[in-house]
Design a protein around this ligand. Structure first.
Ligand SMILES: Nc1ncnc2c1ncn2[C@@H]1O[C@H](COP(=O)(O)OP(=O)(O)OP(=O)(O)O)[C@@H](O)[C@H]1O
Ligand SMILES: [Mg+2]
Length: 401
């Protein structure tokens, strides 16, 4: 065995700072070379079969309507007709009006993706859900509340260099503005706007408790909820991605939501951690409302989504049983497979919806995309339910006036 050498404490904070600086430089250069700038990140295009599938009509109907002149007829520059994302969304909205929100009768719905365990695929789920819902004709606002800014990165924006404070939720959290709208920016994906995140969002964790101490009647957990009101009129769906913690920001995001999606890989540690999450959150939530003396928060849906499921793993089958036993009807009958496709897509800063059909093994990509499609359909169905119930209340109110 080697002779023991004295090991003195010599690594000071200055050295850690220089480590941080060097790492930041490397990250910056790697990201800049891998990540296409916003203008270069391109949305997918769709052929007539894909368009027909999204619009839920036969291909012959697409051909027939293309000739009518009211809907985009598709790019004829290539051998096969192709429609841009924007044109495709126009078709879907035209052909599936019954699934859309009527802004006169109902407001946009807020969905928060949360789980205080890291790396369970919260960000991937939020991004894919936003893309899937936009492909069904909905107008989506994505809000990144994680100082890591992974969702921001997925949408082609570099958190460290391309995000100003006023493009994040921070001014709202600080009380400088009372609406999220000034922070909204468009993305390369038609139908999805973004409120970005950057490391400076860490300040929110100090700002909120400090405002709670100083300001009379301040409710730290309502800041995001109230700031989202103007966005609820403009967007059909607002999806919030949260950091892997039950932070002040995460509590805000959960309090603003009507629906919660918890991605949960079927393994024992993640399952145990999810139980702690619900326990802590329900305690925090209960205490806040008791203190405020108001009625407690109610959700329209809570979806536990089995994510990163390794089909060949026998252990995960057992843990899946526990999850169903614990969360019952809240567990979606859908499993997002663990695939190298998802990893490849995110290495290229995208999701399965960004990948072209020919760019990966077709069967694996189809399996992953089918699973996300089913998830998106399920959420879309719940949204229609919320809008139907809003509309009913609105009609009753109008009727009694
Ligand atoms: N279905 C999947 N199969 C394989 N890898 C996946 C899958 N979904 C996500 N991943 C990978 O797992 C990693 C974590 O995913 P993601 O960033 O979405 O998780 P997260 O919960 O948002 O993490 P964090 O807690 O850090 O915010 C990423 O590298 C992503 O590419
Ligand atoms: Mg994340």
């Amino acid at each position: 065995m080697a002779k023991v050498q004295p090991l003195e404490a010599t690594i000071d904070i200055a050295e850690l700072t220089s480590l941080a600086d060097r790492a930041a430089d490397v990250v910056q250069s790697v990201r800049s070379s891998m990540l296409a700038p916003e203008a270069k990140k391109t949305p997918p295009v769709f052929n007539s079969s894909q368009l027909a599938e999204l619009a839920a009509v036969a291909k012959s109907k697409i051909q027939y309507l293309s000739g009518k002149g009211t809907l985009p007829s598709g790019d004829t520059g290539t051998a096969r007709k192709e429609w841009t994302l924007k044109e495709t969304r126009q078709w879907v909205r035209h052909l599936r009006p019954e699934t859309l929100r009527d802004p006169a009768l109902s407001a946009g719905v807020v969905i928060t993706v949360a789980n205080f365990k890291g790396g369970v695929s919260k960000t991937t789920t939020a991004a894919a859900l936003a893309q899937g819902l936009s492909l069904r004709g909905h107008k989506v606002l994505l809000i990144d509340t994680d100082p890591q800014g992974s969702l921001t990165t997925l949408f082609g924006v570099l958190p460290d260099t391309e995000v100003e404070e006023d493009q994040t939720i921070l001014p709202l959290i600080a009380g400088e503005v009372d609406s999220i709208m000034p922070a909204v920016r468009p993305t390369y994906w038609d139908g999805i706007d973004l409120v970005a995140a950057a490391p400076l969002l860490f300040n929110a964790e100090f700002l909120l408790p400090s405002r709670q101490m100083k300001e009379a009647n301040f409710k730290f957990w309502k800041v995001l909820d109230q700031g989202l009101d103007p966005a609820r009129e403009v967007y059909d769906v607002i999806i919030i991605d949260t950091p892997p913690s039950l932070s002040y920001i995460t509590v805000n995001a959960l309090m603003a939501a009507q629906g919660i999606v918890m991605p949960l890989p079927p393994n024992a540690l993640d399952f145990a951690s999810s139980a702690q999450f619900w326990n802590l959150f329900s305690e925090v939530c209960g205490d806040l409302y008791k203190e405020a003396g108001t009625d407690s928060k109610k959700y329209s849906f809570v979806n536990v989504l089995l994510s990163r499921v390794d089909q060949s793993d026998v252990v995960s089958a057992a843990v899946r049983q526990w999850i169903v036993q614990a969360y019952g009807e809240h567990v979606l009958p859908i499993e997002i497979p663990k695939t190298s496709i998802a990893a490849t897509a995110s290495a290229e800063f995208g999701t399965v919806y960004d990948m072209e059909r020919g760019s990966a093994q077709p069967r694996t990509l189809k399996r992953a995309r089918d699973a996300y499609d089913r998830f998106v359909d399920h959420v879309s169905f719940q949204l229609s339910g919320i809008w139907a119930s809003d509309a009913k209340i609105m009609r009753e109110m109008k009727g009694t006036k």
